[in-house]
Design a protein around this ligand. Structure first.
Ligand code: URA
Length: 201
């Protein structure tokens, strides 16, 4: 059988997402936002859900929160094109309200499939929604970002060692310099570990 590349597999999932009608958000969205980035990256960032501009453009983190993310990534020397960025929900909840349980249940298989294709070595969860989901997946209790951030959680997924890094959502850091500083410190840990692994290989 002909082997399909990660890019082809991710694009097939993205096509399904663009046509998805599994929950009510399909009725209010303009564009679904499957995620984007380097399909062969070792690093996947997971946000919460598309906001206003993401819904317009069909791309993740292109609004105000995206500017913060770009700024912090730029500062620590990680390029957006090196990583893959996706969300728990692929469609915007009206007025940017919190994701509902039924929406998460309908949408999460897409995230699971994206992760299964990529099998990343690093998963960065931005905010409590993606952090809570990934912690449930790895069987760890999750109460708040503040309690679990500041370190890489070493876990086993897909039969390999995976580093999970929960941190604040860039939108929370928008008007809070302390959270922005913590977000930056967390991503520096990621960069440090990435560099360390790269030197070894
Ligand atoms: N906030 C998110 O969680 N994801 C996006 O793509 C944009 C804003």
């Amino acid at each position: 059988m002909k082997e399909t590349s990660k890019q082809q597999q991710l694009e097939a999932i993205a096509e399904e997402i663009r046509k998805c009608t599994k929950c009510n958000l399909a009725k209010t969205r303009s564009k679904a936002v499957p995620g984007e980035g380097n399909p062969d990256s070792q690093v996947v960032f997971i946000g919460e859900a598309p906001g206003y501009w993401e819904n317009v453009k069909g791309k993740p983190f292109v609004g105000a929160a995206g500017k913060i993310l770009d700024e912090v990534l730029g500062k620590i020397g990680i390029s957006r094109s090196e990583v893959f960025i996706t969300n728990v929900l692929k469609c915007r909840p009206p007025m940017n309200r919190d994701p509902r349980k039924a929406e998460v249940e309908a949408c999460i298989p897409y995230l699971d499939r994206q992760l299964e294709v990529m099998k990343p070595r690093f998963i960065v969860t931005l905010g409590r929604h993606s952090s809570a989901y990934i912690f449930s997946k790895i069987g760890k209790p999750f109460s708040s970002i503040s309690k679990v951030r500041g370190k890489l959680h070493v876990v086993n997924l897909w039969g390999s060692t995976v580093y999970v890094q929960p941190t604040f959502h860039p939108a929370a850091a928008l008007y809070n310099v302390e959270l922005k500083r913590d977000l930056e410190a967390d991503l520096r840990l990621l960069k440090h570990e990435l560099d360390r692994l790269q030197k070894r290989s």
